[in-house]
Design a protein around this ligand. Sequence first.
Ligand code: B12
Ligand code: SF4
Length: 536
Amino acid sequence: MSSPGIENANQPDCAQVACESERRLFRMVIPKYPAFNVYSHIAKKTTALGPICVATSVSKMTGWDVEVIDENNYRFPGPLDEEGMPDHATLQEMRRADIVGFYGGLSCTIPRLIKVASFYKKVGAFTIGGGHHLEAMPEEALRGGLDVIVNGEGEIAISEIIKAWRSGSGMEKVTGIAYLKNDSVVSTEARAPMEEFEHLPLPDFGLLRFSRVKVFPISRIRGCGMNCEFCSVKGRARCARPERLIAQISYLVETHGAREFFIVDDQFAQDRDETVRFCGKLQEYEEQMGLRLFITVQIRLDCARDEELLKAMRGCGIGGLAVGIESPIDEELRAMGKHLKAAEMVELARTYNRHGFLVHGMFIFGYPMRPGMEFSMSAKERIKHFRKFFRKARLDTVQVMLPVPLPGTALRSRLEKDTRVLPESEIGWEYYDGNFPIIVPDPPLTPESIQKSILSLMRGFYRFRRIFGVTLHTLRFPLAMLPLVNLRVRWLKWYRHWRNEVIGSVGYFIIRRWRKVFKEGSFSEKLKRSYAKSEK
Ligand code: B12
Ligand code: SF4
């Protein structure tokens, strides 16, 4: 079968007509992260929700079998190539996929996506991509191996594309997609974001092949109305009913033995009253089933002021909070479009801590000021601010990243205008994971100094000597439980210290390995070259 690029895909070829009665295969690929980093560990235990939702939609279509290959959570006996990567040639030999979908949500995975997509295109599969990066930058991937890119949510669009491909009726009538025609990118009329979710099937994690999921990603709310300058999530929040999230959880608990969940919604409590209702319903379910779940959510700091919400969250097993604190420096917060002040943030983080939540603070180091904002601070001084904040806010774990000019964001447009984004010819998409300097920072900072600073902050937090803390806390366990009253409170208090020391020491090894991989790589050379170019 010849490769059905968008133009010849419109006419079904002979093989397509002859095998009309055969079942066909749709394979979804979640491309591998390029570098070892702090996410590598979690990626092995979870998966990406968006492509699972899209694959689930295809699985409900007549005549289609579906499988998902998550390259970040890919295990024995999945075939590997000589580089140790998932071997798509063998997968294709085992069973030929007619259509291959690609998750293009993360810029850092785009080079791998293009490599795998061009392979599939060469062997005659029809290739479709979706996700934040591809929406913002469709052309490179369309020229590199994708036939069609979906803008926005894919659950409905995918079935329309597949039907159009099968019937040969052409893609022009499918809304919200982009493809190449006469060597130019054509975008069809935009598709409105979904408002109603009840008709969508529940995401089917059983479609994953060669993966084992421990932390299940689930979702109720899409979009975020906050509009932070550096973020690619746009559009107001659209919410499903709490019952839908309960249905996802109960299904996974009862069929997959799931106990750990990550609610991927950008702000868990956006739809505040319904969120409280969700917590109540979940607590009820857990009591009926006699089990306790562990749930992590992403939440804003100022929700810590809402006592009723916090109580409801604790009641249903929400234990982990990922909080975008971003910076302990007021001027930087203003530049990002954040409305809180650093001093307030310390208090709010401590409130979460007091209520027994494990708080993971996410920060950006060296955020570039907006025009007209006069502010200058050395890297050393900034590090001091960060360290003081970590200590005062009593954060359980932290992640300090560099500013990333993500495609489609206002930050990227602003920095591009000032030619402060390091050229892609040197610093490619694979470096867009927050660990590498991609921009020319504000003076007196330099790309090297900001990178050294995040390493220093992470190494200061995740230290080797925390291994001794693990031993100490393990030995202290019997003592911590005495006297034998309030056992749950005592256990939780002990567990928090013990768990933080375990993560602290595991983190040390992860950062050490990241540094080693980094030193062996060629980034420093590329950085010098591209920085020199941008200074000219
Ligand atoms: C959960 C999450 C994570 C998880 C899991 C990531 C994953 N998906 O594999 C973790 C914590 C590991 C993570 C890490 C990172 N993340 Co993250 N993450 C998210 C988050 C909050 C939710 C993703 C999600 O599940 N959404 C819900 C689903 C339903 O929506 P969706 O993924 O967009 O999918 C829909 C459409 O895009 C489309 N679609 C998607 N794929 C396909 C495929 C086909 C074929 C079709 C037709 C359609 C289609 O249909 C889907 C269903 O409607 C998003 C923000 C967001 N709201 O999307 C950020 C986001 C994806 N992350 C982002 C980033 C930058 C990162 C990090 C680099 C860290 C950082 N600096 O923040 C790291 C990278 C990891 C690494 N190893 O380097 C950016 C990506 C932007 C970009 N251009 O790269 C986002 C958009 C947030 C932002 N700041 O803008 N992340
Ligand atoms: S950073 Fe978080 S709060 Fe800000 S727009 Fe993105 S998802 Fe919303």
